[in-house]
Design a binder for this molecule. Structure first.
Ligand code: GAP
Length: 533
């Protein structure tokens, strides 16, 4: 996210962007989310519960719109993809079969002096990020020194300091990937020692050994004691889809290839949960399992890679902020995996994963349950366990990405033509929490407020509207800008005679006088999700 960077002039508005450090941008985003009722810390009155958050009145609207955009494009616009809403609790054998009981671990270690707990892989990734920063700093310095004559490609491939750091980066990357793929905790500990990585709090390298930590939360079923009754909160929604594969296929008479999609909560006991809603212990996933004929997985993997990136771009997200990142070490179930990364305020991070999961899950469920998980192919007259390509996106991460993209500070002319600053949330209108605000020009004239309420009541059945009569009109516009409302409708004294109102567009600030009967149509056209597909 580049909240305040550069200076863009568009529609006569100057987007003045402060040279804010990324940390400051992020703090601003977090406080905006709280101040305007998007996100609150969970159980805040008890000082909060770490890595859990509540969505406020505008947050829940934005989140629902994100889910709707996903559901429409994935389910309703695909004849061969259907929906599901499986329970969070599943039979404990599910997690044995899926490999989560044995392999859903993160490598953790503690610093003996600060008592702070870390993920070993993240410490090494942090070290790699520092190397990248050093390289970028060299490049920036040289760019400044050489001006227009600077050839970045040549510089990166010849400068000895850049080359040395790039080589070191690659060495660490390979060593980390090897240790993670082999689940070798000792090797991870050795790497942390080799690169003299220190605790950010104590500044020491006084580490415990690296050990595996299972990320699943567990609880008990009813009042039965013992391992028999141990239940897990699902760490991914996907398994609810796998175990229902034949129920869905038979009841909907789908033929391969077909998909099952689901939106729902997932839970992970993350060792290091920070960066606001980026990494939470309770979060929401939007997942789709696409069941295919074995041997066609490469083709479908490529198809969904492209399709999902296009889904992000359709929202107007700049392609510069999105990139693919192939997995260095594959999860136990995958034969290929890629992340779609987004440039968050703290750098490029995973937003969505596309995984070629082979027939691993269905085969393991078949083995443990003793029930056939096979599909009878009417074309080849054979029965086989299908392969699966999965798309999996975190709803909360998508929320954070959209908020980060949208939050801007601009200099705009005020009513007298002087420069004034506004904070505006330039969300795509289809995602905006409130679509239209209805504002009487002044509040203490009943004829005007009655007329404005009449307009408001005409619109509420069609989209989310807000009626606001408090404060001066300029302040009310600013409040709507800050929550991303694409349209404001102002009712003034002339409206009483001519039945017309002024409609103001959030981004261009264009104001137009239109008949009241036309408002609904104008707003509906502007917020139409269909325009995204
Ligand atoms: N079924 C495959 C799966 O769960 P994953 O890469 O572990 O794959 C998929 O998770 C997506 O879920 C991620 O790309 C991310 O957007 C989201 N996600 C994962 N862990 C999360 C967490 N602790 N907090 C918020 N979102 C998370």
């Amino acid at each position: 996210m580049h909240l305040f960077k550069g200076k863009i002039v568009k529609y006569g508005i100057t987007h003045k962007i402060r040279g804010m450090a990324q940390d400051d941008q992020f703090k601003k985003l977090v406080s905006h989310c709280k101040e305007y009722g998007f996100i609150f810390q969970s159980s805040e009155i008890y000082d909060g519960l770490s890595a859990t958050y509540d969505y406020g009145p505008y947050g829940v609207e934005l989140k629902n719109n994100i889910k709707q955009y996903w559901w429409k494009s994935m389910v309703q616009m695909h004849e061969n993809i259907v929906g599901l809403d499986a329970a969070i609790f599943m039979h404990p054998s599910t997690w044995k079969a899926s490999g989560h009981v044995d392999a859903f671990n993160d490598p953790m270690l503690d610093n003996k002096d600060s008592k702070k707990r870390y993920r070993a892989d993240q410490l090494l990734e942090g070290y790699m990020e520092k190397l990248e920063l050093k390289i970028n700093k060299e490049v920036k310095k040289a760019k400044k020194r050489f001006g227009d004559a600077f050839n970045e490609e040549e510089f990166r491939s010849t400068n000895p300091r850049v080359l040395a750091n790039a080589e070191k980066h690659e060495t660490v990357r390979v060593e980390l990937a090897t240790a993670m793929t082999n689940g070798d905790m000792e090797a991870l500990g050795a790497l942390i020692e080799k690169y003299e990585i220190k605790c950010e709090i104590s500044g020491t390298a006084n580490w415990t050994e690296v050990r595996q930590f299972n990320l699943m939360f567990s609880t008990q079923l009813g009042n039965i004691a013992g391992s028999e009754s141990k239940l897990y909160l699902r760490p991914e929604t996907a398994q609810g889809i796998f175990v229902n594969f034949l129920n869905v296929q038979k009841s909907t008479r789908q033929k391969l290839p077909f998909g099952i999609a689901q939106i729902g909560k997932a839970f992970r006991n993350e060792i290091v949960a920070r960066q606001f809603i980026f990494r939470m212990r309770e979060f929401e996933q939007m997942e789709m399992q696409f069941f295919i004929k074995p041997g066609t997985q490469k083709e479908w993997y490529e198809y969904w890679k492209t399709k999902r990136l296009d889904w992000h771009k359709a929202l107007g997200t700049s392609p510069d902020k999105l990139r693919y990142h192939d997995h260095d070490n594959l999860a136990h179930y995958a034969d290929a995996a890629v992340d779609i990364e987004f440039e968050f305020p703290f750098g490029f991070r995973e937003l969505e994963g596309i995984h070629s999961r082979t027939d691993f899950d269905l085969t393991e469920h078949q083995k443990l349950s003793g029930k056939k998980m096979q599909y009878f192919d009417p074309v080849t007259q054979e029965s086989y366990v299908p392969y699966v390509v999965e798309t999996s996106i975190g709803c909360d991460r998508m929320f954070l990405a959209m908020m980060g993209n949208a939050l801007q500070e601009e200099t705009v002319p005020d009513a007298k033509g002087n420069d004034s600053t506004r904070t505006v949330l330039k969300l795509h209108p289809a995602l905006a929490p409130v679509k239209c605000a209805v504002l009487p020009l002044v509040k203490n004239k009943e004829v005007l407020t009655d007329k404005a309420k009449e307009v408001y009541n005409k619109l509420t059945a069609s989209f989310n509207c807000q009626y606001d009569e408090k404060d001066a009109i300029g302040r009310r516009y600013r409040r709507q800008d800050a929550i991303g409302t694409p349209y404001c409708v102002t009712v003034d004294f002339e409206s009483l005679d001519d039945n017309m109102v002024t409609i103001r567009e959030r981004d261009s600030l264009k104001q137009e006088r239109v008949p009241i009967d036309k408002v609904r149509g104008i707003v509906l056209e502007g917020i139409d999700m269909g325009s995204l597909f």
